[in-house]
Write a protein of this length. Structure first.
Lengths: 155, 333
């Protein structure tokens, strides 16, 4: 979101960024990488190889992320008159929608009362990972190309 | 991946072999219908999970079940390519069982079931019990829930299995399984086509409850072949009732009902399981028999937060928007 804009509170942006950091670390931590690459051997970092800790962290990060994103989505229509989403804003919002959609099914899959076919289980896992990578790529490109702004005031 | 055996409807009432075969066959027929398998989700209200009861007092340790398992599932076993790709970093070890395919005194990628023989003394009498050990097919399996790649999965009929076509062999399923059941073979699977040096390490293997045989109307090989008929398979509620009745009969104990929040394997023993656990040889590929807390309980408790957060966010957003609107209106006046 545009830091210069008064539409979104600065402290909320900070928490949003923090939740993304938690989601990235715990997202990577879902894969057995931290142990393989000895990150968990660094004193104080053993938790990075604890899959249960990482899973709980991912759910906590996702809860904060979802709260903020849906809050902004709910009040955005109110500001539509005076602000519009930039192209890079649209692209990243679309990736976030994909992340949330695939993440919803991921959480559903983890409930014992829900089962999915092997193909669907694969699609759910892969699409969540792909959506997260797409968002990361878009965010990085937007930042590097000076297009980080989500909202611009309408003339 | 082999043919899917999801969503098999089951007989109500006492389960006979005939009834079992009929219903399993029906399951296969339903799956053959166009679109049947694309309806991905079913709830447990539509199908009851399959569970097994093992009467340990009857097992003679003949290992016919182990042999049958190996024979029937041989076509699913790994055929690794050698030499294996060099791993980075070097500390990542290959796990190669391809030259030890006939090891049968522990779980391996080529041995999904083994007989754990335990002896000792209980109530002043010596005992020796043989325990067929394999995956317990947990109701809320951490191996499937935490698999980041969508490879390990739980079917609506309670079978937990690993999709060997896409498993990368990272071994997370083994780490999070309270019994460390799945076993790795290096040098096979999808990782070879991705970044074999840097990620993945083969494919994980474990008992898949002979899901393909079930789909064709058969029984799991280990159940079918047992000369003592120590195993029964059927809807969980019935198998649980059977396990309790057996335990009552022999003044015995049940393992698997509460463990890890509930599994679909019930071991019934005349000797308490803590005693068996103490006496059992344990280690890699040789699972324990200790009590197990529900591994997914913490994450399960957080699920409500994940579902409630967006709703709370929408409510907060609407409220914020409404406040901003009223502030603007006031300013306009
Ligand atoms: S075949 Fe039956 S009796 Fe023989 S070891 Fe297996 S379970 Fe025990
Ligand atoms: S026993 Fe282990 S491998 Fe089997 S379903 Fe449970 S967690 Fe998964
Ligand atoms: S159910 Fe099938 S795969 Fe599992 S132990 Fe028995 S024979 Fe082996």
């Amino acid at each position: 979101m545009n830091k210069k804009s008064s539409v979104v509170l600065r402290w909320q942006i900070r928490i949003y960024q923090l939740s993304i950091l938690v989601l990235i670390v715990s997202g990577l931590g879902q894969m057995p990488l931290f142990k393989r690459y000895a990150v968990s051997d660094i004193p104080g970092m053993a938790w990075t190889a604890d899959f249960y800790v990482q899973h709980v962290l991912h759910y906590l990060g996702a809860s904060v992320f979802l709260f903020l994103v849906l809050q902004w989505a709910a009040f955005f229509p109110r500001f539509k008159r005076s602000y519009s989403l930039t192209l890079w804003g649209w692209l990243r919002v679309s990736a976030v929608v994909l992340i949330i959609g695939s993440g919803f099914f991921r959480v559903l899959k983890n409930l014992p009362s829900w089962s999915f076919s092997p193909e669907a289980t694969m699609v759910i896992g892969w699409s969540h990972l792909a959506a997260a990578m797409l968002f990361g790529l878009l965010a990085l490109t937007a930042k590097l190309s000076g297009n980080a702004t989500y909202l611009i005031p309408k003339k | 991946m082999h043919e899917t055996a999801d969503k098999i409807p089951l007989c109500k009432g006492a389960i006979s072999r005939r009834c079992f075969l009929q219903t399993a066959g029906m399951g296969a027929a339903v799956l053959a219908l166009p679109g049947a398998s694309s309806t991905a989700a079913t709830t447990s209200s539509q199908t009851e999970e399959l569970a097994t009861v093992l009467d340990l007092s009857q097992c003679i340790g003949c290992a016919a079940c182990v042999e049958a398992c190996r024979e029937v599932n041989a076509h699913k076993y790994p055929e690794p390519k050698k030499p294996f790709p060099a791993m980075f970093p070097e500390r990542v070890k290959v796990e190669d069982w391809s030259d030890r395919r006939f090891t049968d005194n522990r779980l391996t990628p080529y041995n999904w079931l083994y007989i754990q023989t335990v002896s000792g003394e209980y109530q002043g009498k010596p005992f020796e019990l043989h325990i067929p050990r394999r995956c317990l097919h947990c109701q809320n399996p951490p191996c499937a829930n935490l698999c980041p790649w969508g490879s390990a999965l739980r079917q609506s009929n309670g079978i937990v299995r690993i999709n060997e076509d896409i498993c990368l062999g990272g071994g997370k399923c083994r780490d999070v399984c309270p019994w460390h059941i799945p076993q790795r073979q290096t040098g096979v699977g999808l990782y070879l086509k991705l970044m074999p040096r840097f990620a993945g390490n083969g494919v994980m293997y474990k008992c898949d409850r002979c899901y393909d045989l079930l789909a064709q109307g058969g029984l799991p090989a280990c159940i079918e072949v047992c000369p003592m008929q120590i195993q029964s398979i059927g809807p969980r509620s019935e198998m649980l009732a059977k396990a309790h009745a057996l335990a009552e009969d022999m003044n015995g104990f049940v393992y698997g009902e509460q463990e890890n929040g509930g599994t679909n394997t019930f071991y019934v023993s005349p000797v308490p399981f803590d005693l068996l656990d103490q006496a059992a040889e344990k280690g890699p590929g040789r699972p324990h028999l200790a009590p197990v807390q529900d591994s997914m309980a913490k994450a399960g408790n957080l699920t409500w937060a994940v579902f409630a957060a967006p709703l709370a966010g929408i409510a907060a957003g609407l409220l914020t928007g409404a406040r901003a609107l009223s502030r603007e209106d006031n300013a306009d006046e």
